[in-house]
Design a protein around this ligand. Sequence first.
Ligand code: ADP
Ligand code: MG
Length: 555
Amino acid sequence: MQPEPPRFGGGQPVLVLKENTTRTKGKDAQRGNILAAIVVAEVLKTTLGPRGMDKMLIEPMGDVLVTGDGANILDKMEIQHPAARVLVEAAKNQDKEVGDGTTTTVVLTGELLKKAEELLNAGVHPTIIISGYQRAGEKAAEFLDELAEQLDIENDDNLKKVAENALNGRLPDTKILFAELAIKAIKHVADKKSDGYNVDVSHVIIKKEEGGSLQDTALVDGVILGKGGTTEPAAAGCGPGCSWCPLLDTGTLSVFGAQVSPTISPANIALFSSDLKVQKTEFSAELRINRPDQMKAFLDQEAKMLQEMVEKIREAGANVVICQKSIDDKAKQTLSRASIFSIENVSESDMKKLARATGGRVTPSLKDLASDDLGFALLVEERKIGEDKMVFIEGCDEPKAVTILIRGGLKQVTEDAERALHDVLCVVADVFKDNRIVTGGGAVEEEIAGRLREYAPHVGGREQLAIEKYAEALEVIPRTLAENTGLDPIDIIVNLRAAHENDQKRAGVDVYGRRVSDTFELGVIEPLSVKAHALKSATETANMILRIDDIIAAK
Ligand code: ADP
Ligand code: MG
């Protein structure tokens, strides 16, 4: 029911908000928000870790999706509650920034709020909880830094551990393949700087095509264009003796004919950001043709211009032309007759990746083309993959952009594989950018929890209570890993605490051995950046939700 509006001097009501605006204040607002966030965290809890379960989500159109990926589950759940949506945003941000640790962030935020509620019930004011959590979060970050270890990323075995760890519980049969592909891909695209590496994950292009199996997923050392750009093969029926094809004499064109897919090997590639056409006048002009010879002269002139264009391309040494804009039909035919393979309407981002992959330069127009602008690929070939035709530009020398082509029997399979691949690429990129790692399996969380419990009494007062609750909340990670493995969480936490008190900093939940052991030795390691981001984001999100004491919803 709408509350009575306040009345000025007992007479005229004062309307501040629009009619039908609902308002929830104080404790009601707080409890409602906390509950909503806890519910979301509970949903994700059972998916945490390699032994986590999956969720089946049915989309409005009836499509069924089975996934254990935290960010994806939250995305598809179409959550309505505003506070729960804040949590979803935190998970998305984690996914975007570091690529992994989304479930951890959400589960931890939920637990921090659950513990905060206990404090609220005990009469602790929210501002005390917020400042206590803030301090605990800062201290946790410090401890995390202390616990981090350098990983030798020149050693592939180390990289494999990090990559496989990010894939644990997903893609059971192809984990090793995907980890290897991700490592290879990131090695190609990483730019070495004086103090480490710069990596842009978007330089690894992920393409997916239904058909085949996940095992057929492969890395292409170049770029695949398809579903978008249109291609014009080199002339069909052209063969030895064709006057258009001086390139033939050098034997560089390997396959001709209408039925055979066009193949250019090796390929020298000209990249244009403009369109290719016979230049037209700026103004509209009318051409009166009265005699057939005038018509012929006009056409001859056009053909000559096209021929000059082709000559220029050929002079530069190109046998493949890739254009961001369109190539007009006559130009296409002329190029084709000159055995130059042309591709048009390629997106700007693909052009940039082509330049990185082939080592070429995108030139604004034909007149700027020089031979050292050309990119190189061992092979340019059009192939039919599944239902679609794609052009492979592969065999590039030290490509700085590569493609991974995911195959899989079902759309759901390729989509889930794409998300997993994105995560593992990000995680490998994370350790290239910062090679520090921490021990997974709840080990680092338990160690930080222990240190925070020691630290709390030094702070004293009611804030101490909040710091102790923060430490308890961190234990949700090992506890949940134990629960999801079917172990008794109380036994595990007791053993884990004992191990850490005995200075076993790397003791965590061994979900396969079903006991507490040194998870570092088992190869369960995670990038520091993933953990640090998850802790920071969970602390901030929990505090943000705790700070709300008034919800005003406009209709
Ligand atoms: P997130 O979305 O947070 O990455 P995951 O479902 O990938 O969630 O689970 C990550 C958690 O599982 C981390 O705490 C990680 O240390 C732990 N984990 C991964 N592999 C193992 C393993 N083999 N043994 C124990 N814990 C593991
Ligand atoms: Mg993960």
